[in-house]
Write a protein that binds this ligand. Structure first.
Ligand code: AP5
Length: 213
């Protein structure tokens, strides 16, 4: 089963993708994570990517499509969760072509609906485990033991450089200009499903499970 999690920054895409990896043996393909890895590579491409991400703008279609293309080769386990990809219509067309080339299809596009006002609090309170990537929040989702990851026991908690209000506003602008047209695109294809992304994390998990089952 191959699915897209679609929604603005802070909608909860990464949180839900990590749950699906554990619960359904799916593979999370987060272009944000891939680009954060690329920016630490010390290459010219890494420097360009870092600059663009810190401004809250979108990296070029060419770069992100190339990253996804590499990952679609090989192990498919329980299928792919596309997290943060596609973000533009050319990316959506490229994904359809890449899947068709391997005889695969997209099973569902799940739009996580949230209120913009909730996103500032979500983004500015977010931190993640630097060892396993588990996502936490200062208020809504703290580890059981302060500073220690519930999942792996790591103590290397990190905050993202672009998790500030200015960058969030730019990221939201990019979302409404370039990514939100995908909602109509997938609706027209009959693939769009929606969940209430403002619900409790476990309730969002249940709503997504109901769609996938
Ligand atoms: P990316 O890393 O994809 O960031 P994003 O889309 O902005 O999304 P986030 O990761 O910020 O949020 P999320 O929806 O995963 O929320 P999360 O689960 O963490 O992209 C970063 C940058 O990379 C982009 O700006 C761009 O520059 C570039 N990029 C990436 N992909 C690209 C592409 N395809 N094309 C071009 N450029 C690309 O949750 C957020 C917080 O809320 C957490 O603290 C969590 O604990 C909390 N939370 C989650 N769910 C709930 C809930 N139900 N209730 C209460 N709190 C919750």
């Amino acid at each position: 089963m191959n699915i897209i999690l679609l929604g603005p920054p802070g909608a909860g895409k990464g949180t839900q993708a990590r749950h699906l990896v554990e619960a359904r043996d799916m593979i999370q393909l987060s272009t944000g994570d891939m680009l954060r890895e690329a920016r630490t590579s010390g290459t010219e491409m890494g420097r360009v990517v870092a600059d663009v991400m810190d401004r809250g703008e979108l990296v070029t279609d060419e770069i992100v499509i190339g990253l996804i293309r590499e990952k679609l080769v090989g192990n498919r386990a329980g299928g792919f969760i596309f997290d943060g990809f596609p973000r533009t219509l050319p990316q959506a067309d490229a994904l359809a072509e890449l899947l068709a080339a391997t005889g695969e299809k997209l099973d569902a596009v799940i739009e996580m609906q949230v209120d913009d006002a909730a996103l500032v609090a979500r983004i500015t309170g977010r931190f993640t485990c630097g060892d396993c990537g588990e996502v936490y929040h200062d208020v809504t989702h703290r580890p059981a033991v302060e500073g220690v990851c519930d999942k792996c026991g790591g103590t290397n908690m990190k905050r993202r450089a672009d998790d500030n209000e200015d960058s969030l506003r730019q990221r939201l602008m990019e979302y409404y200009k370039k990514t939100s047209p995908l909602i109509g695109y997938y609706y027209a294809k009959g693939q769009l499903r929606t969940v209430d992304g403002l619900a409790e994390i476990e309730d969002v998990q249940k709503a997504i499970a109901a769609i996938l089952d």
